[in-house]
Design a protein around this ligand. Structure first.
Ligand SMILES: O=P(O)(O)OC[C@H]1O[C@H](OP(=O)(O)OP(=O)(O)O)[C@H](O)[C@@H]1O
Ligand SMILES: O=c1cc[nH]c(=O)[nH]1
Ligand SMILES: [Mg+2]
Length: 213
């Protein structure tokens, strides 16, 4: 897996504000969107394009356009939904599919409770959105699922990752025959005994949408 930690002062500035426990929900949502747009710029460097010729008012120009099939953006509910707007701002023609996944806060095992994705993802480039890569269980399962459906190129965009989770994904997906990239705003120190990223930003879903029941 190729890992890119986006090193940019604006990313660092917005991430610091996002971490701050005093940041309220509306501001947290706005910062998440802004951060994702910045990360998406890097994450889409290898989005598939083909050559095209256009007529300017002056002459013909050679350019590029996104090719078919369209990229598929997959936010992992709930927290990944907060990243969707920031992503589609940069990739407005992308299709969107949804995966609802939740981590059991005691066992830290991820399970899927909703799925709305095309049946056949053959030849599709997929962008998975989830702000937190903690133990890596959620993201590893999501990537496996997309590859089983036929996706042939995966880029995960996360705000924060823990080294333990990244190692797990690299281990579990080592045999994957599909190129897999990870783009993050920051790599944090470690996980605490509850599986939270340290220093992290707390529970991303709760900070975006309020405490889940
Ligand atoms: O790497 P992992 O240890 O699997 O943990 C990361 C997952 O935990 C959070 O979701 P959560 O289960 O809290 O669901 P939510 O988005 O509905 O709050 C987060 O958005 C990831 O999906
Ligand atoms: O730190 C963490 C870990 C998992 N999920 C979150 O929202 N935050
Ligand atoms: Mg949560």
């Amino acid at each position: 897996m190729q890992i890119l930690v986006v090193d940019h002062p604006l990313v660092a500035h917005k991430l610091t504000a996002l971490r701050d426990e005093r940041t309220d929900s509306p501001t947290f949502r706005r910062l998440t969107e802004e951060l994702v747009t910045l990360l998406a710029y890097e994450a889409t460097r290898d989005v598939r394009t083909g050559p095209v010729t256009v007529q300017t008012p002056v002459a013909e120009a050679q350019g590029v356009k996104l090719t078919s099939p369209k990229p598929l953006v997959v936010p992992i509910l709930r927290a990944g939904l907060g990243m969707l707007e920031g992503m589609t701002r940069l990739l407005p023609t992308a299709e969107v599919g949804f995966l609802g996944m939740v981590r059991n806060e005691e066992t830290l095992m991820a399970s899927t409770y909703a799925e709305r994705l095309p049946e056949d993802l053959s030849g599709r480039q997929c962008y998975v959105l989830d702000p937190m890569l903690a133990t890596g269980g959620t993201l590893a399962a999501a990537i496996q699922f997309l590859v089983e459906r036929g996706a042939d190129h995966i880029t995960a965009i996360c705000l924060l990752a823990a080294p333990e989770g990244v190692e797990r994904i690299e281990r579990e997906l080592a045999e994957l025959a599909v190129p897999c990239n990870l783009v993050i705003a920051g790599m944090d120190a470690h996980l605490n005994d509850k599986g939270y990223i340290v220093p992290g930003l707390g529970d991303a879903g709760d900070r975006l949408y309020g405490v889940a029941q």
